[in-house]
Design a protein around this ligand. Structure first.
Ligand SMILES: C[C@H](CCC(=O)NCCS(=O)(=O)O)[C@H]1CC[C@H]2[C@@H]3[C@H](O)C[C@@H]4C[C@H](O)CC[C@]4(C)[C@H]3C[C@H](O)[C@]12C
Length: 316
């Protein structure tokens, strides 16, 4: 499971919990402006915006899980099993394999409107990266400081949703996640009144009773509601320290502790392998692994005019 979120103070913050049971040697990867982006079925892009993100440390290709470009556009891929339905190549469209979509969008788009224009004629194809790495069933959240969208390929085709909550988890499809929030509209950060009905003498006995009913389990639909509630009620100072700290607290509200989600007997557990937070205005990536300290990498500290990927092992 995974959860992605946005947060706006003086700067815009975007990031995610990466929850899974296996790791592909994740690392921080910076794609500098002149690294040639080779696409399988459409024209290569030789020069482009610089991108920073977390990628699989598998090959000399930026296999991003989530990333942000130097113009402040950010994107993350989250699991979307059962519903995801990539299509075969379609000659009438621009064909981009699912593993290429983050570099394809972030190399060229500055804003959500730019991204939407690129998506208009896109076919997200079922082409595999390699025999060992078939396509992963993902959906994507794309955000700039003003807006957020969700991109899903389902049986009927490509869906692009406005994301007014700025949160994404996993199944079901985004429109259903959003609709489900209606069930929680009575939740509040305030002390509730007794509206039970009748003449029962009911009283509050604890702070926080306005949020009774807020899901606390780690299923994808529950995490969506919990992260949305925490994010919508979030208050912090607007300094970098306070904003990043608050952002990590939003993600912490839906993190998965080792041991709570058994995915395979006897002891394979899904847990929050890393959490990250991009200051999209400044090109800074903050992250922490399950056992590691908070660490940061600033895209502008690196030479973005080179043509080789720049990789940093995660500090664990
Ligand atoms: C599994 C990851 C998403 C985490 C997540 O949402 N977990 C929830 C699980 S569940 O819903 O609760 O079952 C996704 C996010 C990014 C994915 C990776 C990236 O897309 C990069 C490559 C793409 C290749 O096609 C496959 C390997 C891969 C290295 C992917 C493996 C895996 O599917 C990743 C790591």
């Amino acid at each position: 499971m995974c959860t992605a979120a946005n947060y706006l103070t003086k700067c815009h913050y975007f990031g995610r919990n990466f929850d899974y049971e296996i790791s592909y040697n994740e690392r921080v990867t910076i794609t500098p402006r002149n690294y040639p982006l080779i696409f399988r079925d459409t024209e290569d892009i030789e020069n482009h915006y610089g991108i920073i993100g977390i990628a699989a440390g598998i090959d000399e290709y930026p296999l991003y899980y989530d990333a942000c470009n130097e113009k402040g556009l950010a994107m993350g891929g989250l699991n979307f099993p059962d519903y995801c339905d990539y299509k075969p190549l379609d000659k009438s469209k621009v064909n981009i394999a699912s593993f290429e979509i983050i570099p394809y969008i972030l190399s060229q788009a500055k804003t959500i409107s730019d991204a939407e224009r690129l998506l208009e004629n896109l076919n997200i194809s079922d082409e595999k990266f390699s025999a060992q790495l078939p396509p992963s069933p993902l959906h994507w959240i794309i955000s700039d400081r003003n807006a957020s969208i969700v991109v899903e390929v389902v049986e009927e085709g490509l869906d692009i949703y406005d994301n007014p909550v700025g949160v994404l988890t996993n199944n079901p499809p985004f429109d259903k996640q959003l609709f489900n929030l209606n069930n929680y509209m009575a939740l509040s950060n305030r002390t509730p009144e007794n509206t039970f009905g009748g003449n029962l003498d009911l009283a509050t006995y604890s702070r926080g009773m306005g949020s009774i009913g807020l899901p606390g389990d780690v299923s994808s639909q529950s995490r969506f509601v919990k992260a949305a509630f925490v994010k919508e009620n979030s208050v912090s100072g607007d300094s970098e320290k306070e904003s990043v700290s608050q952002f990590f607290h939003i993600l912490a509200s839906v993190e998965q502790q080792k041991g709570c989600t058994l995915v395979e007997e006897p002891d394979k557990f899904e847990y929050t392998i890393y959490s990250d937070c991009y200051n999209t205005d400044k090109g800074i990536l903050y992250y922490k692994t399950y056992d590691g300290p908070q660490t940061s990498v600033n895209i502008h500290d690196e030479d973005l005019e080179t043509n080789q990927l720049i990789n940093f092992e995660l500090v664990d």
